[in-house]
Design a protein around this ligand. Structure first.
Ligand SMILES: [Zn+2]
Length: 208
């Protein structure tokens, strides 16, 4: 388990940070959550934070990153928005986490049965949600395997779009953030993707 301190954060490699996420999800799935005292962690982090990961995930009530990766206070930056879509402010938050605070890994996490992805697949138009769902449309366009029933009712189609959406988001981070690209090239961070399964609690990780 990650112990917060400036020294520990500086010793951490992107690979070890990735390992922490994998081990954390493994503990979550096995119901072996680490025994941590949150109030003690309030005390430990009062003078500063040294988190190890920056995670973009969906606002879905079932996909809280701290819970599904079994992390405590001060461990991760958790950026959450419907459909785990990217915008300029979210990219800025990732740059803050990685460049300013020194997290070692950026993760983009989608999940199965995502209402935002299903909504985009159904071409839902509703207030400001319309613009948000438009950000998923490139993933729908890139899904060329499904010929029939390209709607939110087709779970295979939705799953494909979910995964493509994660890959495209990672690609956009690399295309639009010279700061993140520099950190990647210097070996200071890595970027990974994943899809959380709301049926099992398990995260499928992938590296682009
Ligand atoms: Zn969702």
């Amino acid at each position: 388990m990650y112990i917060h301190s400036k020294e520990n954060q500086s010793k951490l490699t992107p690979e070890i940070a990735f390992q922490y996420l994998k081990e954390g999800n493994d503990r979550f799935v096995r119901n072996l959550r680490a025994n941590r005292n949150l109030l003690q962690q309030v005390n430990e982090t009062r003078d500063g934070q040294y988190p190890f990961a920056t995670i973009l995930s969906c606002m879905d009530s079932r996909t809280s990153a701290e819970l599904i990766f079994d992390q405590g206070l001060g461990d991760i930056f958790s950026i959450r928005i419907a459909g785990n879509v990217l915008n300029e402010d979210i990219l800025g938050s990732m740059e803050f986490g990685s460049r300013v605070v020194g997290t070692k890994i950026v993760m983009v996490l989608g999940h199965t049965k995502c209402g935002a992805i299903v909504g985009a697949c159904n071409n839902v138009q509703l207030g400001s949600l319309t613009q948000l769902l438009d950000k998923v449309k490139p993933a729908i366009a890139q899904e060329t395997v499904t010929q029939n029933e390209r709607t939110g009712k087709n779970s295979e189609f939705v799953n494909n779009v979910t995964e493509i959406n994660v890959h495209l988001t990672i690609q956009r981070i690399k295309d639009e953030s010279p700061i993140i690209v520099d950190l990647l090239q210097e070996g200071k961070i890595k970027i990974v993707g994943g899809v959380y399964d709301v049926d099992t609690g398990k995260v499928d990780f992938f590296e682009d």
